[in-house]
Each structure stands twice: as structure tokens, then as C-alpha cells.
Design a binder for this molecule. Structure first.
Ligand SMILES: O=P(O)(O)OC[C@H]1O[C@](O)(CO)[C@@H](O)[C@@H]1O
Ligand SMILES: [Fe+2]
Length: 188
């Protein structure tokens, strides 16, 4: 293949040319603490939670996958709109998130059971080491837009997070972004 450019719009988060994946509340309902509130939102029109726009790169060793992620502002119950979250199938692969717009949080858990939450803001570049799962939330009132770079053969393992969730939740309490223990978390 030959070198090529894509163009990223820092405002809207579009990456062109790219392949767009859309996730609505119905696609991520099991990830939220308040599943009842998620069901109600699905009945009210099933709004979009986030989209990912991938550059066209072969999913092969040696290549770097890259994409933008756009998370809409919103909450389910008092929990901010979030991505599904995953480990990489190839656990030895890292990832970088470079925030272009908005305010977010990045929650990560390692295979050793450590949990960390980082702030995301325009200009923040977050390093997700090998063996750490990752999920992002939009904690602001505008779009959260960030650019991701990862080994193209990393793959996604969604099952672990879908089953056990994270040890912490990022929620709004009295208008403030607050990190609390996840009451539903098993084995912790
Ligand atoms: O794949 P998820 O967990 O739905 O979240 C999407 C985010 O993670 C990535 O899959 C990359 O690891 C990006 O596409 C994006 O930021
Ligand atoms: Fe990833």
C-alpha cells in the first residue's frame, strides 16, 4: 500500500475518508448501572451514545490502526454516556488517546486488578499500557472528541467488561463529576 492522509475535523470529530460505526443506547445498555433508565431511554427513541470513525488500515501486525471517537453529552440515570470498554484480544498491545474537544474521563483496569481514572481535555494524550482495559465517558455538556492510535492487530475483547464492569462508576452528584465504587461489581 502507499502512504496517504486522512483529514480530522477537531470540532465534529469526523475522519475522512473513514468507516463509521454507530452505537445507540440499545447497543450499550448492559454497560450502564441503571438498566431500567437505559430501557426507558430506548423507548423514548434510542438516542446515539457514540460513534467511531476508523481509517482504512489492514488489521495486520506492523500497521497502526487509528480512529476518532465522538461521545455525545448525556447520562443514563446519573451515569455519563460511555463506550462499551474492552481489553485488547492481544493483551500485549498499548493504545494512545489524544483528546481534541470536550471533557472526559478514561477508566482503565489492569489484569492485576489495578484501577485508574484519567481526565481527558483538549490536548491530553493518555497512554493505555499493555494489559489494561479501557472505557471513556463524556462528562461535559458538548461533544467529547478524541483520536486513538493502536496496533492494528490488537483486536477487541468486550466480554470481560460486559460481564464484570469496572470497580468504579463515574457519575454526576450535585452537579459534580464524581467517582464512586460500583455496587454491582463482582469479585471485588
Ligand atoms: O470499542 P469500544 O469499547 O466500543 O470503544 C471505542 C473506542 O475504543 C477503540 O475501539 C479503540 O480501542 C476506539 O475505536 C474507540 O475509542
Ligand atoms: Fe482499545
Amino acid at each position: 500500500m502507499k502512504p496517504y492522509n486522512v483529514v480530522i475535523n477537531f470540532e465534529s470529530g469526523t475522519l475522512d475518508p473513514g468507516k463509521r460505526i454507530i452505537r445507540k443506547v440499545s447497543d450499550v445498555k448492559n454497560m450502564f448501572y441503571d438498566t431500567q433508565a437505559a430501557e426507558e431511554l430506548i423507548q423514548k427513541g434510542d438516542p446515539m451514545v457514540y460513534e467511531v470513525i476508523y481509517a482504512d488500515v489492514p488489521e495486520e501486525q506492523g500497521h497502526l490502526g487509528h480512529c476518532t471517537t465522538i461521545i455525545y453529552p448525556g447520562k443514563i440515570g446519573n451515569e455519563y454516556f460511555l463506550t462499551k470498554g474492552h481489553y485488547h484480544e492481544k493483551l500485549s498491545t498499548a493504545e494512545i488517546y489524544f483528546c481534541l474537544r470536550g471533557q472526559g474521563r478514561l477508566i482503565m483496569e489492569s489484569t492485576d486488578g489495578d484501577c485508574e481514572v484519567l481526565e481527558m481535555f483538549p490536548g491530553s494524550a493518555s497512554y493505555i499500557p499493555p494489559n489494561w482495559s479501557h472505557r471513556t465517558m463524556n462528562v461535559g455538556k458538548e461533544l467529547l472528541v478524541f483520536y486513538c492510535i493502536f496496533p492494528a492487530d490488537a483486536g477487541h475483547d468486550y466480554a470481560t467488561i460486559e460481564e464484570q464492569g469496572y470497580p468504579k462508576l463515574v457519575v454526576e452528584i450535585d452537579g459534580k463529576v464524581t467517582v464512586i465504587d460500583n455496587p454491582k461489581r463482582k469479585n471485588k
